[in-house]
Structure formats: C-alpha cells, structure tokens
Design a protein around this ligand. Structure first.
Ligand code: SRM
Ligand code: SF4
Length: 513
C-alpha cells in the first residue's frame, strides 16, 4: 500500500499532487492520442512530467524535439538494437543524435511526438524498452561492463541485472507496483574486483564478498547525489547469494521505501533520508519484516581489491583466442552514422554485441585474434580511439545547456575543447579523470573524479559569467570515496590556466617543449 504523503500533516508538493491525480505510468495508454493531437495541445503535466514515465522527456530548450531515455540493463545491447536506435535518430537529420549516459545507457534526441507510437513498436520488435526510466522510478540498472568476459571476474552480473529490471518493470511492460516511488532510485550490481560501476553512489549496490568461503554480495544502501546533499552508500549489514535473493532484496527495499519514504519535501525524499530517520538497524529490520524472513549478516569484508580499470584498448577475454576492444567516445556523443558503424563493426569482427560503460564509452567484445588487425584500421577508430590521451580517456560530461534546462553552463563542447588545448600544451604521465556537470544535480558525477567541474555562475570584471566550482579527491575502485569542493566560482575563461597549474603541481604534467 502506498503511504499517504501527507501523513505528517504537511501539504502535498506539486509532484505528489499530480501523481495522486493520475499515475505517471497511465500515460503509456495515451501515446496514440498524443501523437494525433501534437505536443502543443497536450495537458502541461502530461507533457512536462508524466511522459517521463515512458522515458520521453520534453525539452524546454528544444520545444517539440523530445529526448528518449532507454533502459539498457548492464549496458549490453546487440548490433541489431543499435541499428534500430540509429535509424530512429537518423530520421531527425541534424537534430538527431544519441548520448551514452553515466548509467551505461543511451538517450536519443530530436524525437517528435507524432513518431512515438512507431518508435515504441520498433523498440519492442528488438526487445527494448524505455519504460520507467525517468522521474520517480528506478533508473537503468548498471552492472560490470566485463561481465562474462573477465578471467578475474567474481560474479557474472548479466542475468541478475536483467531479472531485477524485469521485476521492477514487469518485463518491460510497466509495473504500477513501482511507478510511484518518493523519488528517483539507482541500483548497481558489481561482479568484478575493481568496482567498475561506482557502487558507492547508488541507492542500492551489490558488491562481491565471501562469507564462510561462499561467494555472494554485501549490500550497501543510500548513496546519492543531489543539489542539497551528496552521500556515499553505507553498509546494510546484509549478505545475499547471487541468485533470486538479489531480486527479492531489491523488491523488499523498494517496497519499504515506496511505503515509508519521505514525500513531503522532494529535497529530502531519497532513500538515505529515510535511513537517517530510522537508523540503519531499524531499516534493516523493516526490510526483513517486509520479506518475511531473516537476512544474513554481511561478509566481513568485500572483495573489491583492484584499482578501477577503464577498459579502453585491446584486452584478452577469458574465452581463449577472443579479445575485447574499448573505444573512447568523446563525452558519449554518437550520431546516426557512428551507431551504424558500431553495429557493423560488432557484427563483422565480433559476435554482434556492444557494451556501454559509465564513463560514456563503448566496448566491442568477442573479437577473434585474426580479426583484430583489420578492425584496428577501421576509419571509425580515428574518431573513437582505443588509445586516447591521458585526459581524453577519462573525460565524462553531463548533457549541459545544449539540451538541459537545469544547466548553468554548456558542458560537453567545453569539456572536449579544453582537454584538446591542455593535451596540446602538456605531457601528462597518467590518466586524470575529469568530470563535468552543468549544475549541482551532479549527473556528471564530479564527486567521483580526480578533477570535478560543476557549472555555476561566477563574477569576472564586475560581470556575471559562466563558471565552475572545482571538486577534487574523488577516489574510485577499491576504497572509493567522494571528492569535495575545493574552490568555488572559477570563471570558465580562467579554467585553462587553473587546470594547467593543477595538472603540473598535482599530476606530474610538464609543459611540452
Ligand atoms: Fe541526472 C535530472 C541527465 C545521471 C542526478 N538528469 C536529470 C535530467 C532528467 C533533468 C531534466 O529533466 O532535464 C537530465 C536530462 C538532461 C538531458 O536532456 O539529457 C539528466 N542524468 C542525466 C544523464 C543523461 C547525464 C549524462 O549525460 O550521462 C544521466 C542519465 C542516466 C540514465 O541513463 O538514467 C544522469 N543524474 C545522473 C546521476 C549519475 C548516476 O546515476 O550515477 C546522478 C547523480 C546520482 C544520483 O541520482 O544519486 C543524477 N539527475 C540527477 C538529479 C538530482 C537527484 C536528486 O536526488 O536531487 C536530477 C534532478 C532531479 O531528479 O530532480 C537529475
Ligand atoms: Fe542537466 Fe544539471 Fe544533470 Fe547536467 S547535471 S544533465 S545540467 S540536470
């Protein structure tokens, strides 16, 4: 039973009000109607909010040209699926493109409302869905990008991620059980030793751990970023086996959160605020009660003992004679031709499979040794190189002002341009992870970066100009911890000199002769 949001006597905020009037998911049965009447005739709440329950985002920056956010469990898709997505954006000409997101996912741009029923048919025909990918729903579920390929893998996450998604979305058809959470919700399942998924910044994350010699997952909960507060996930003192227990625990936690999560103030609605109110012990007890059986206590320590890998380059798989190639896609931006090329390359040289990473890059697995030399001569690799510079290889950026109305600055183009200039002037001995995010919502995760840049307004010569707050010290992989803000309000035009000094003083860079 969904708890009445006003139980504490406060009035409903506007989001809870419109959700109470009509569940966002109900929109899935009205898409033909919207396609007929056009976006300008739509009810404002349906247009601006409820459409997000089917992954369709109205963009005030580009009215009439929508964004569509998919679900790509574990970031794995087939060449056939990639081709269909390429065809969808191709029809929008210069308006059409796609972005790989920081959740191993794809967002398509340029979408017209009149095409949505047809697009949904096409997605269905290749087993894809965009359902419940926005607003108060569970986001794309991330998993190890090397699942099933890595000789050192502990647990293959692919099937588990799919099962959790199927439970939450009712096999992609939409599920009213979980379509009215108090807020967005992130789940990650890590199966490798290097924490490729940033477990610590998810509302629930499963991290491998041995209990009395048996391999399963320790569970951490409550990690999140928001404009108001950022927290790393904390241990729930629970251990589960890598089977249906994972799915059941997700269900139990989601039900407890749905029915008890704080709904009065959207700034205080993420899971961690409920854990704060109850304490982690009480939270654990409530989840066990919800499931109706006791939960096993956590393994003494987790099995994350490697530094994080970025998977760019060519690497052997555990399958003899096969390798994968990781390609650097600058700030995750793809155009239709890139998508067709990636699909073709995956088919010709590999097994037709493609994978996405939370660093907004692409991996093509299952390439036979004899095919690799020819693959390396493919023209697309000049654009998406397997051997990027130390700054290129770890550059991440959120959408920014080009399409996002929350943005305080443009991000993706600035990010690419700045590292091009820095690379031209500096020798940098090792990868430096630079993450850009256009506003304090932190979609570009500046808190996990070596150097995080968060859009803000700054003052220069008495004028308001585009600027950034500088974050440093984010550590990923084993012993991950969040970075913090070290300098506020740097005008973007001064950023090159500020970063040059930081790279020289703290990352061993030297000026090129
Ligand atoms: Fe995000 C809202 C883009 C990952 C925290 N995010 C938005 C919206 C939907 C705002 C909007 O309606 O315009 C952005 C869409 C812009 C656009 O047109 O693309 C947006 N978020 C993104 C993406 C595309 C950034 C990217 O370039 O990769 C990522 C999509 C992931 C996906 O596939 O689902 C994305 N967003 C994140 C992450 C990172 C993560 O999940 O690891 C975070 C921080 C982690 C977290 O959520 O705890 C994040 N996004 C937010 C927030 C702040 C949430 C909060 O509790 O306050 C918002 C604003 C909100 O929900 O009110 C937001
Ligand atoms: Fe938009 Fe801000 Fe998220 Fe960037 S961080 S995509 S600007 S909401």
């Amino acid at each position: 039973m969904v708890q009445a949001p006003e139980k504490d006597g406060t009035t409903l905020n506007k989001f809870e009000k419109f959700k109470a009037e009509k569940d966002g998911l109900a929109i899935k049965d009205e898409l033909d109607h919207f396609a007929q009447i056009g976006w300008e005739a739509m009810d404002k709440t349906d247009l601006e909010h409820r459409l997000k329950w089917v992954g369709v985002f109205y963009r005030p920056v580009t009215p009439g040209k929508f964004m569509m956010r998919l679900r790509i469990p574990n970031g794995i898709l087939s060449s056939e699926q990639m081709r269909v997505l390429g065809e969808i954006v191709q029809r929008y000409g210069d308006d059409g493109n796609a972005d790989i997101t920081t959740r191993q996912n794809l967002q398509l741009r340029g979408i017209r409302i009149e095409d949505i029923p047809d697009i949904f048919q096409r997605l269905k025909s290749v087993g894809m869905t965009s359902v419940q990918s926005g607003m108060d729903n569970v986001r794309n579920i991330t998993g190890s990008p090397m699942a099933g390929l890595d000789a050192d893998e502990l647990i293959d996450t692919r099937e588990l991620v799919q099962k959790v998604q199927d439970m939450i979305t009712n096999y992609g058809q939409g599920n009213y059980q979980f379509s009215n959470l108090p807020r967005k919700f992130n789940i990650a399942i890590e199966g490798g030793r290097d924490n490729s998924v940033h477990a610590e910044i998810n509302d629930i994350a499963f991290v491998p751990g041995y209990k009395e010699g048996e391999l399963g997952f320790n569970v951490v909960v409550g990690g999140f970023f928001s404009a108001k507060r950022c927290e790393a996930a904390i241990p729930m003192n629970v251990w589960v086996r890598p089977n249906q227990e994972v799915v059941d625990l997700c269900r139990g936690i989601l039900e407890v959160y749905r029915d008890n999560g704080l709904r009065a103030n959207r700034q205080k609605s993420r899971l961690m605020w409920l854990i704060d109110e109850w304490g982690i012990e009480e939270f654990r007890t409530r989840v066990a009660n919800q499931l109706g059986y006791p939960l096993a206590t956590a393994a003494e320590k987790d099995a994350i003992d490697w530094e994080k890998r970025d998977h760019l380059g060519v690497f052997p798989q555990k399958q003899e004679g096969l390798s994968y190639i990781g390609l650097c896609v600058p700030v995750g931006r793809l155009f239709a031709d890139d998508m067709f090329d990636l699909a073709r390359i995956a088919e010709v040289y590999g097994s037709g499979e493609l994978r996405l990473t939370v660093e907004q890059n692409v991996i093509i697995p299952n390439i036979a040794a004899e095919n690799m030399p020819t693959l390396l001569t493919e023209p697309l690799l000049a654009k998406f190189t397997p051997n990027p510079t130390p700054l290129q290889r770890a550059l991440v950026s959120c959408t920014g002002a080009q399409f996002c109305n929350f943005a305080l600055i443009e991000t993706k183009n600035k990010a690419v341009d700045l590292i091009r200039q820095l690379d031209a002037e500096l020798n940098i001995p090792r990868g430096v992870r630079i993450h850009w995010t256009g506003c304090p919502n932190s979609c570009g995760q500046p808190q996990v970066a070596d150097i995080g840049l968060m859009g803000t307004k700054a003052r220069k010569d008495g004028k308001t100009v585009e600027g950034v707050d500088l974050y440093m010290g984010g550590k990923v992989g084993k012993d991950a911890h969040l970075g913090s803000c070290v300098q506020k309000g740097i005008p973007c035009e001064d950023l090159k000199s500020v970063l040059t000094s930081i790279l020289i003083e703290q990352f061993g860079a030297t000026p090129k002769g």
